[in-house]
Design a protein around this ligand. Structure first.
Ligand SMILES: [Zn+2]
Length: 90
């Protein structure tokens, strides 16, 4: 196994730190300024607590609004594209 990998009940498990390193190529537990190791002081789970802290700090406390995948158009837009008519029929 490579560094950062653990075997749990027969499966391969990556720590949060290792996943972040693999995806974003960044060590989330290393200070970006002085490069010293950092440690997690607390994990805050209740959403109302998280919201209160973010609002106190003047940071966005809500996620972006969820938008429709595409704007609603007239009902004819639900018709299949003629080029693909019958493509799924065998
Ligand atoms: Zn630092």
């Amino acid at each position: 196994m490579a560094a950062g990998e653990m075997c749990v009940r027969g499966g391969l498990y990556y720590s949060w730190r290792e996943l972040m390193r693999r995806v974003f190529s960044v060590d989330v537990l290393q200070c970006p300024d002085c490069h010293e190791p950092m440690r997690i002081l607390a994990a805050i789970h209740p959403p109302e607590t998280t919201r209160a802290i973010l609002e106190h700090l003047g940071l966005p406390s809500r996620g972006p609004p969820i938008a429709a995948a595409r704007a609603e158009e007239d009902s004819s837009s639900n018709e299949p594209n003629p080029e693909y008519a019958g493509a799924l029929e065998s």
